[in-house]
Design a protein around this ligand. Structure first.
Ligand code: C5P
Length: 223
């Protein structure tokens, strides 16, 4: 494999309700992070997996993942971007393609990992998986008053794994000033083109209790 995958997994998961850090919440009796890492390791291109875990859970996460796949576990940061930067710094020499994947997208199929990696390998510097937006989107102002309706046909919902030529991601993180919620956003600021590939509904981000209930159902159905 020529691919390293960074897995930021250091978030608290406040929107999921009180409890363990989000990546360690259970889905079908196993932590979200275990599901995510198992599917990443099942992708043939993946050579290295680096997880950024909550600092307080470093040892527990190492023990948790040891039977799943060979992974490096480092301490994450206060913001997702800092967690990604910490994981990126721990990638060994070798892989020239780096993917960044949220632990919260626990049911992401290995096939999506391969399609993002393949698009980078084919020559794109930055690749993101996307889905069409199904709802009508409105911009609102003060007092929840509608300012206007956005042209939905030009919008996409962005997932992970996002894929990058290694040097591009390293440069983007080194140049980053304000924290962003996704890595492609940092690359866009460099003026590097970012291209889209089709995402997967199974790569949903488990953020709120409803998402966890949906993921439980998908898992029980054999997905
Ligand atoms: O909060 P959100 O759902 O956007 O988090 C996306 C991913 O980033 C999750 O896997 C979460 O664990 C991770 N994260 C992190 N470090 C933080 C905040 C979030 O690794 N400080």
């Amino acid at each position: 494999g020529d691919v390293a995958v960074l897995v930021p997994a250091a978030g608290a998961g406040v929107r999921l309700g009180p409890g363990r850090p989000k990546a360690l919440r259970l889905l079908g009796g196993e932590p979200l992070l275990v599901h995510a890492v198992r599917r990443l390791a099942a992708a043939a291109s993946v050579h290295t997996v680096v997880v950024a875990a909550p600092a307080a859970d470093l040892v527990a996460v190492r023990e948790l993942l040891a039977p799943v796949a060979p992974v490096t576990v480092v301490a994450g940061g206060v913001q997702r971007q800092a967690s990604v930067a910490a994981a990126l710094a721990a990638v060994p020499a070798g892989p020239e393609i780096v993917l960044v994947h949220d632990a919260a997208r626990a049911l992401t199929p290995p096939g999506l990992v391969e399609s993002v990696a393949a698009a980078v390998r084919s020559g794109h510097d930055a690749v993101i998986p996307v889905l069409p937006v199904v709802d009508t989107i409105k911009e609102i102002g003060v007092g929840e008053r509608v300012l206007g309706t956005v042209d939905r046909s030009a919008l996409r919902a962005v997932q992970t794994p996002q894929g990058f030529r290694r040097g591009v991601l390293t440069t983007a993180h080194a140049a980053a000033t304000d924290p962003l919620t996704d890595d492609a956003g940092l690359v866009e600021k460099l003026g590097v083109p970012v291209v889209c590939v089709p995402g997967s509904e199974h790569a949903l981000k488990i953020t709120r209790p409803f998402d966890l209930a949906l993921a439980e159902h998908l898992l029980a159905m054999g997905r």
